[in-house]
Design a protein around this ligand. Structure first.
Ligand code: F6P
Length: 343
């Protein structure tokens, strides 16, 4: 078969491990030929490709990013985008397409499947907010990076008896904040799922500091929002999928905390450090399992499906089901576990 591969949306550690696994199993077990599309759906629209084979994939397992490049291009928002993409798939004689991405890339894949494209999805995102799969690769690496940063922030915060607000990624879901916050011993964790009450946050910090020299790390997801009317945030720009470009809530929060508590407060915004670099062992293994399962799905003609992890087994689920709703943080994890250590 001639199989196209693309990576779309924000990059994520483990993408190369998926590409390598798809190509390895496809070439060796099935004699497939591979066409890599550059920069996500943009490469399909513009017919920009990279030949992929086992040789080209050597050495990429530990590398972060994606050798195919990525973009947030949405063919349904580009003039004639879908028709051009379908033309490319025809002219490149693509029998099946493996789309590796998050809710947006897979949302497009789901619509393309309805247009008759033979597509299989692979879920990725450091945000871990895709439903139907228990976890996405990239998340574990991002949490590890954030936790290590929080560990480092602890020692400097303790030396100066300061509050440090550490902002992590997480647009609509606070998975990274919650996991890194619990693992790093955060004094407060603020997530998009539950608007935060700045009064309560400051009261908890004051309680904590009243007990002695206890520096505090406040972990905030970039998409966290205050209870309506309590703090003013700037309105961000939006991308082709309508998502806001976030980042910076930690600055507003730190100012508010310093003013209300009188504690010296500093800010660290981790940003893209969480998305870069080598994947953890867990993410390499998950990405490899997903890649092998995706090419198997292609040969079983399980089109319009996505591979997913459920109860530690790789299963197939319909793409449209996978992108229907986001997976948000279980309130029990926040309230029954994380909160035990606040205040
Ligand atoms: O891919 C998800 C994500 O990392 C979000 O957590 C974050 O809001 C967004 O991407 C940042 O996107 P960009 O790299 O386009 O600024």
């Amino acid at each position: 078969m001639r199989v196209g591969v693309l990576t779309g949306g924000g990059d994520c550690p483990g993408l190369n491990a998926v590409i390598r696994a798809v190509v390895r199993k496809g070439e060796v077990a099935h004699g497939d030929q591979f066409v890599g599309f550059l920069d996500g759906w943009r490469g399909v629209i513009e017919n920009r490709t990279l030949a992929l084979d086992v040789e080209r994939c050597r050495g990429i397992l530990p590398r972060g990013g994606t050798i195919l490049g990525t973009s947030r291009t949405n063919p349904y928002k580009v003039d004639g985008g879908v028709a051009k993409a379908l033309d490319t798939l025809r002219s490149e004689r693509i029998d099946a397409l493996v789309a590796i991405g998050g809710e947006d890339t897979l949302g497009v894949a789901s619509r393309m499947a309805a247009e008759g494209v033979a597509v299989v999805g692979v879920p990725k995102t450091i945000d871990n907010d895709l439903s139907v799969t228990e976890v996405t690769f990239g998340f574990h690496t991002a949490v590890q990076v954030a936790m290590e940063a929080i560990d480092r922030l602890h020692t400097t915060a303790e030396s100066h008896d300061r509050v440090i607000v550490c902002e992590v990624m997480g647009r609509h879901a606070g998975w990274i904040a919650t996991y890194a916050g619990i693992a790093g011993g955060a004094a407060e964790i603020l997530v998009p799922e539950e608007p935060f009450d700045i009064d309560l946050v400051c009261r908890n910090l004051k309680n904590r500091h009243a007990k002695g020299r206890f520096a505090s790390i406040v972990v905030v997801a970039e998409g966290a929002v205050p209870v309506e009317g309590t703090m003013t945030l700037a309105s961000p720009e939006v991308d082709q999928f309508g998502h806001p470009r976030l980042g910076g809530i930690a600055n507003v929060l730190a100012e508010e905390i310093e003013q209300r508590t009188g504690f010296e407060t500093r800010v660290t915004i981790l940003g893209h450090v969480q998305r870069g670099g080598t994947p953890t062992a867990f993410d390499r293994v998950l990405a490899t399992r997903f890649g092998v399962a995706a090419i198997d799905a292609v040969h079983d003609e399980a089109f319009g499906q996505m591979v997913a992890l459920q109860a530690d087994r790789i299963v197939r689920v319909p793409l449209d089901e996978a992108v229907k709703e986001l997976k948000t943080v279980d309130p029990a994890l926040l309230h029954d576990v994380a909160e035990v250590f606040w205040g």
